[in-house]
Design a protein around this ligand. Structure first.
Ligand code: ADP
Length: 282
């Protein structure tokens, strides 16, 4: 009797999973370009790159969505000044929150209470992500930028596996000796996912003094570029350490909009150009 009940529960769970996946595929089908942003480890500026890439494409007049798939440290709402926003829902599903430049934003953070760390267990975690993706009414979009969790382990891999037909992945790294090994792992990760690599971005690459304009190499700038050359992966560019990035991030503004004359924004524009060139070729 108990076995039959368990089997029935398992069957119901499988059906639910497959209907959630169907939902997800349907919703994702209305989005023209999907780009994931990954990093070998946390704190390298992955989310900063995600929101600024999204803002740059929105500024060009595209309909843009941003999905914060980093369920342990969701920071996209903070970076776009959307903390504490409420997600509107109806019988069809849930609607993304509207951010700067009309960007549609979704993050697990909108569903969590403030300052409460969330402990996700394996199956629940995947379920939350599948729902986050499949139940959201993104509508028709030109671009969806997806901020994946840091690292190259099972978790970002399983999340990435839920997402169909990715146009490509941008790898964000920092210029330290360690970064070569980390980027190598990120490349292997993308290959395992069958995701084409758009290229590598080296963030926090040197510090340009706002007073004298002189560049100081705080880490080993160039490590990301060297690594990209060695592995044959395109190098998209380096972003210097720039105090305006921190100030803008804390205020919830993408620096590419608010300080488009900053050292970081100038470097970032070149990266955006390269991503555009990549998209024209595919
Ligand atoms: P990750 O998503 O990789 O964990 P974040 O994008 O959250 O990293 O960035 C971590 C911190 O570093 C943030 O406070 C952000 O403002 C800061 N930061 C990112 N890039 C730069 C940069 N080029 N110059 C100065 N600060 C930066």
């Amino acid at each position: 009797m108990a076995l039959e009940r368990n089997m029935a529960q398992l069957e119901a769970y499988k059906q639910q999973q497959s209907s959630e996946q169907k939902n997800l595929t349907e919703k994702m089908g209305k989005i023209n370009h999907k780009i994931a942003i990954i990093s070998g480890k946390g704190g390298v500026g992955k989310s900063t790159v995600t929101v600024n890439l999204a803002a740059a494409f929105a500024q060009m007049g595209n309909k843009v969505g941003v999905l914060d798939a980093d369920i342990h440290g969701p920071s996209v709402p903070r970076l776009l000044g959307l903390e504490g926003q409420i997600v509107k829902t109806d019988s069809t599903g849930a609607y993304p929150v509207e951010g700067p430049l009309g960007m549609k934003v979704m993050s697990i953070d909108f569903f969590l209470s403030e300052d409460t760390p969330t402990i996700w267990r394996g199956p629940l975690k995947m379920r939350a992500i599948r729902q986050l993706l499949g139940d959201i009414e993104w509508g028709e979009l030109d671009f969806l930028f997806i901020d994946l969790p840091p690292g190259t382990g099972d978790e970002p891999l399983s999340i990435a596996q839920l997402l169909p037909e990715m146009d490509g992945v941008v790898i964000v790294t920092m210029p330290t000796g360690l970064s070569s090994a980390v980027v190598k792992k990120a490349i292997t990760f993308a290959e395992r996912m069958n995701m084409p690599i758009i290229g590598v971005v080296e963030n926090m690459s040197g510090f340009v003094c706002p007073h004298c304009g002189k560049k100081t190499e705080i880490f080993q700038s160039g490590a990301g570029k060297k690594m990209a050359q060695e592995t044959g992966v395109p190098f998209l560019g380096s972003i210097p350490i720039d105090p305006t990035v921190v100030v803008d991030s804390d205020k919830g503004h993408p620096f590419i909009i608010t300080h488009n004359d900053s050292a970081a924004a100038k470097a970032f524009t070149e990266i955006v150009d390269k991503v555009q060139t990549y998209l024209k070729k595919i």
